[in-house]
Ligand binder design. Sequence first.
Ligand code: APR
Length: 232
Amino acid sequence: MHHRKKIIVLTGAGISAESGINTFRDAGGLWEGHDVMEVASIEGWHKNPELVLDFYNQRRKQLQYVSPNPAHFAIAHLEKFFEVIVVTQNVDNLHERAGSSNVMHLHGELLKVRSSGNPNLIYDWDEDLCLGDFCDEGHQLRPHIVWFGESVPMIPQAISLVQKADIFIIVGTSLQVYPASGLIDYVKPDTPIYLVDPKANEIKSHHRVHAFAEKAGIALPEIANQLIQNHA
Ligand code: APR
C-alpha cells in the first residue's frame, strides 16, 4: 500500500457555527451573553466558580441539542483516503460525532472534568458539575478546559504534528489566540495551506494560504472532493 498523505486540520469555533454553537468573537466581545474573561479565565474561576460552573453546564447540555454539520462530516470522510489528524480549539464533541477518529483538543473538552488540586486526575463527565463535586483526593472538580491565563499542555505535540503535515487546513478560527495561532508557522514550506473562513481575507495569517471566504459547511465538502481527486 502506498504511503498515505498526512492532513492536519486546525479548527476553531467557526466550524461549529452552522451547528448552532456561537463563536467567541463574532458577537461584540460577548460570549453567550458573558464577558469571556469572567467565564473563561483562571481569574474568573477563582472569583466566581459558581458562575463558571453554570456556564459550562449550559455548554455541556447544549451538546445534546446540536449535531455535526457537513464540514465535520467532510473532514471525517477524508480519513478514507488520507491520514487525518484534527487539532481543534473547540471543546465540543462534534468532530468525534461526525466520525473523526484522531482529534486533539488543544483547549480541553466539555465532556471531561478534572481535579483542581491534581491536574492528572481527569474524569469523563456528562452531567452538571457543581460545587461540592470532588475528585478521589478530595479536591473540587473543575471543567477540563484551558482557560485564559493557563498554559496549553498539548502545544508541543501539536507543533510536531503540524511539522509533518503534507496538507494543512485551517477552518473557522480568527487566529487571535496564541499559541494555537502560531501553529501555521511550523508548516513545511512546500505544504499547501487552505484557510476556510467567511472572513478569510481579513485574517492576515500567512502569505501563501489558499483562502476560501466561505462558510465551512459549503467549502469543506468541495475542498475534500478536490483533495481526494488530486492528492489521494
Ligand atoms: N464557517 C467557517 N468559519 C466561520 C463560520 C462558518 N460558518 N462562522 C464564523 N466563522 C469564523 C469567524 O469569521 C471567525 O474568524 O470563525 C472564526 C471564529 O473565531 P473566534 O470566535 O475567535 O474563535 P476561535 O478562533 O476558535 O477562538 C480561539 O479563543 O476564547 C478562546 O479558547 C477559546 O478556543 C477558543 C479560542
